[in-house]
Structure formats: structure tokens, C-alpha cells
Design a protein around this ligand. Structure first.
Ligand code: PEP
Ligand code: MG
Length: 322
């Protein structure tokens, strides 16, 4: 089977009717790019930069970060690389940063909330990214956005750093898309507004599931409520896809759901155009997706978003797949 899959490395993920879906890889460091390419990734859909910060006893310098981002961009050539700015807090700690002890860290000072507070740290990362942008196709993505103001503040900081670099005579790409992770219900309720100002959306279904069911993703006592395949989640994703389409913006899914075959059928049916997953899942996903017809998936998606339970949804999609 592995050899059969290898034939799909350089092929697009084209459904029977010609509709295409992009399959990208999630990475945590430059050393993951090789595996992404070997598995036919059409781009990097999520570069989790927190690993760069977690592997050392001090924050990576602008130079160290620049080298890492540049390496990834160069190795990917003209394939887009979506870099997520530091997503720390929640379950991820850093010894050298003074993250406050909080009662509910997942509802606390994490990700964009932290970097908007620690402006120096954020500016360093943004500068490194901007300097690396000329080495490939860079997209910048902010994690855990929950309000319009957060996006505007983060984007303004990015523009300010870009302006400074230009004044210093350092070249920066003029083609950097700036988007957000969709991980909180508040963003979905304001999707129409977000779709007018962000360049793209990537749905982080791991956190979105946690925040939708008010269910700590690490807490075994409530794991039965962590229902990533509940129709509630797909209905939210439908809303994201519809609003984004209206304003000509692209939607990707980069949480665990993206590599799940039951979910994939529904996601593509809902209008998700890109899926980003661990590299080893890409070829198998391509192999199964190409057997579908978009219209069938649309009908399936419409049907399952009307269902009442995760169990009912899973049963119906599995029946469709067999
Ligand atoms: C997610 O929340 O789905 C996601 C992709 O981000 P992370 O798993 O890194 O929190
Ligand atoms: Mg997340």
C-alpha cells in the first residue's frame, strides 16, 4: 500500500469532478520539512513556532528565528508556508517566561493574549518573520483570537515592524497574507466581520472543540464531552466557510479533525478548501479523497449538520464511506 501511495506525492488532490483540495503539513521545526515534502505536502498549513521557544532555556533571538523561518521557506520553494506566532500558555509552559499561575490556564493569558502583552517578545518574532518573508511564500497567522481588536492590534504591530524594517533598508515581501486561527466561538459569531479584515482562516478544531463544549481538552473526567465530530462543530465550520467564501477568503482546517477520514468528507462538503495535518497522513488522505464527487459531499454535509448527536453523524458518514 505504501508504494501505491507514493505515486500520489506530486499529484493534486483532485476529486472525480475536478474539484481540488489542498493538503498541507503541520510542522514544529525546520527539520520536519523533509518529511512533509516526502509525503506530498502542497504547503505548510501550520508551523507551530512554540517549539522554537520550548527547546531552549532562553527565548530564541531574532537571528535564530530568522534562520529557522528562512530555512523552512527556502526548502518549501513556491509552496506557501503558514507560520503561527507564539502559542504559549494553556498547557504549554516556558521556564524563562514569567507566565502567571492561573486557576484556568486554558481560559487565561495564552497565545495572542500573551504576545500582545509581552510586546518586545512579539516584535522580535514579527521582525524575524518579516525578514524571512522574501525567501518564499509566507503567511502569518495569529492563534487564539477572540475579538476583532486583538486581530487589529496584532496586525498593526506587524505593519509597524514592517515599516521600521523598510526604513532600515531591509527588504520585506509585499505579499504576506495575514490570517487567524478560528478556535473560539466568538470569532465564529462574528465571522462576517472577520472575513472582511483577515486574509485567511485556519480552524483549530482541537481548541474549538474544547471551547465549544466548555470541556478541558486535557481533563479525562469530561473527555466524553470532547466531541470533535458533534454536529455543533460542523455547523460552526459551515458558518466559517460560508462567510469566508462571501468575501473571497480561504478556509483551512489544521486541528486533528483534518486527518480524520469521516471528518474530511464532511469538511470538504462544507466548503473547506485546505486541510493541514501530520505529514504521514497526507498521502492516505489524498488517496481516499479523490474517490469522491464534491456534490455528493455537499449533500452529505448538509444532511449531517442537521443531526442531533455525534453518534448519529458518525454512523451516517461511515455508511456513506463504505
Ligand atoms: C488546534 O487547536 O486545533 C490547533 C491546531 O492548535 P494546537 O493544537 O497547537 O493548540
Ligand atoms: Mg490551538
Amino acid at each position: 500500500h505504501k508504494e501505491t501511495l507514493k505515486q500520489y506525492i506530486d499529484l493534486p488532490t483532485e476529486l472525480k469532478d475536478g474539484h481540488t483540495v489542498k493538503l498541507n503539513a503541520n510542522i514544529g521545526s525546520p527539520s520536519d520539512v523533509k518529511q512533509a515534502l516526502e509525503n506530498g505536502a502542497e504547503g505548510i498549513g501550520l508551523y507551530r513556532t512554540e517549539f522554537l521557544y520550548m527547546e531552549s532555556h532562553q527565548a530564541p533571538t531574532e537571528e535564530e528565528q530568522f534562520e529557522a523561518y528562512k530555512t523552512v521557506l527556502e526548502q518549501m520553494g513556491d509552496r506557501p508556508v503558514t507560520v503561527r506566532t507564539l502559542d504559549i500558555g494553556g498547557d504549554k509552559e516556558l521556564s524563562y517566561l514569567q507566565l502567571p499561575k492561573e486557576e484556568n490556564p486554558f481560559l487565561g493569558l495564552r497565545a495572542i493574549r500573551y504576545t500582545l502583552k509581552e510586546k518586545e517578545l512579539f516584535a522580535t518574532q514579527l521582525r524575524a518573520l518579516l525578514r524571512a518573508s522574501v525567501y518564499g511564500t509566507l503567511k502569518i497567522m495569529f492563534p487564539m483570537i477572540s475579538t476583532i481588536e486583538e486581530f487589529i492590534m496584532a496586525k498593526n504591530m506587524l505593519l509597524a515592524e514592517k515599516q521600521k524594517l523598510v526604513v532600515e533598508g531591509i527588504s520585506v515581501s509585499d505579499n504576506i497574507d495575514v490570517g487567524i486561527m478560528v478556535e473560539t466561538p466568538s470569532v465564529i459569531m462574528l465571522m462576517e466581520q472577520f472575513a472582511q479584515i483577515a486574509d485567511f482562516f485556519s480552524i483549530g478544531t482541537n481548541d474549538l472543540t474544547q471551547y465549544t463544549f466548555a470541556c478541558d481538552r486535557m481533563n479525562e473526567n469530561v473527555s466524553y464531552l470532547y466531541q470533535s465530530h458533534n454536529p455543533a462543530i460542523f455547523t460552526m465550520i459551515a458558518k466559517v466557510a460560508q462567510a469566508a467564501k462571501k468575501y473571497g477568503k480561504k478556509v483551512s482546517v489544521c486541528g486533528e479533525l483534518a486527518s480524520d477520514d469521516v471528518a474530511q468528507a464532511v469538511l470538504v462538503g462544507l466548503g473547506v478548501e485546505e486541510l493541514s495535518m501530520n505529514a504521514p497522513s497526507i498521502l492516505g488522505s489524498r488517496f481516499s479523497l479523490i474517490n469522491h464527487v464534491k456534490e455528493d459531499l455537499e449533500i452529505l454535509a448538509l444532511e449531517v449538520t442537521k443531526m442531533k448527536t455525534q453518534e448519529e453523524l458518525m454512523k451516517q458518514v461511515n455508511k456513506f464511506l463504505t
